[in-house]
Write a protein that binds this ligand. Structure first.
Ligand SMILES: [Mg+2]
Length: 262
């Protein structure tokens, strides 16, 4: 495994125990050490917190936070949708993240360029999703901030954005584009920012499917799985391609990836 030119770090379950939760032992030290040696980005699929809330959580724990280091799916969404003229239409979002979506113009379904799925919508009824279906049937494109299947909340696994993207896509017989991990759109943009090729990126995360295998399928050179957060014994055997490396925690993963002889 060649030494990466830039490192992408998942947050929840990799650096901290839960979003906004305490840092895992050794994680802050490890980040402070690598921050001086290699470009890095925090890359999260979290859609229930705004960037400002996420940033203050990381800063409070002592993680280094240079300008631009925190990348959420809304960052890529703005870049891609504005460039394509798809930055207006039907928006499904949580109040907490509207601060990051001010660039998106809400329209009637008939004139929508897109449907932007930014929430798992647990509070919405099926009836409240009809404008999105109408917009898609009228030709709008479907984008989702991420397509995770489930996430852990209050100790239970509950549906994430992926099942809702599938619901809307099925209703209107359309596919969707994912703007979160492991979208190649995301890895291409991050590689461009780092001045390297996607194959020179390494991603470290606790989700075998969406972080480790997803990074490799999305074009990254390394997908590293950590045995913290949502990791369960044997996760690495259930995905293809297999993770480049499985490490006990983020400190061990960084030590291996950036060892002097790599
Ligand atoms: Mg995670």
């Amino acid at each position: 495994m060649p030494r990466p030119r830039a490192v992408l770090l998942d947050i929840d379950g990799t650096l901290t125990d839960g979003i906004g939760g305490p840092a895992f032992p050794g994680a802050v030290d490890a980040l402070q050490r690598i921050a001086r040696r290699v470009p890095f980005r925090y890359v999260t699929n979290c859609t229930s917190w705004s960037r400002a809330m996420l940033a203050s959580g990381l800063a409070r724990e002592g993680f280094p936070l240079p300008e631009g280091a925190l990348v959420t799916p809304t960052v890529l969404a703005e870049r891609v949708l504005v460039a394509r003229g798809d930055d207006s239409g039907v928006l499904i979002a949580e109040p907490a993240t509207l601060a990051d979506l001010g660039w998106y113009r809400v329209t009637a379904p008939a004139s929508a360029r897109s449907v932007l799925l930014a929430s798992e919508a647990h509070e919405l009824t099926i009836a409240e999703l009809q404008p999105a279906v109408e917009a898609l049937l009228a030709g709008a494109r479907l984008y989702t901030l991420q397509q995770n299947r489930v996430f852990r909340r209050h100790g239970r696994l509950v549906t994430d954005l992926g099942p809702l993207a599938a619901f809307l896509g099925y209703a209107a017989s359309v596919g969707w584009e994912n703007l979160g991990k492991p979208s190649p759109l995301l890895f291409d943009a991050l590689a461009q920012d780092a001045g390297c090729a996607p194959a020179e990126l390494a991603l470290i995360g606790d989700d075998a499917e969406f972080d480790a295998a997803g990074a490799l399928r999305g074009g990254c050179g390394a997908g590293v799985l950590v045995r913290t957060g949502k990791y369960r014994a044997g996760d690495e055997e259930k995905v293809q391609p297999r993770p480049t490396l499985v490490a006990d925690d983020v400190a061990a993963a960084l030590a291996q990836l950036l060892r002097p002889d790599a």
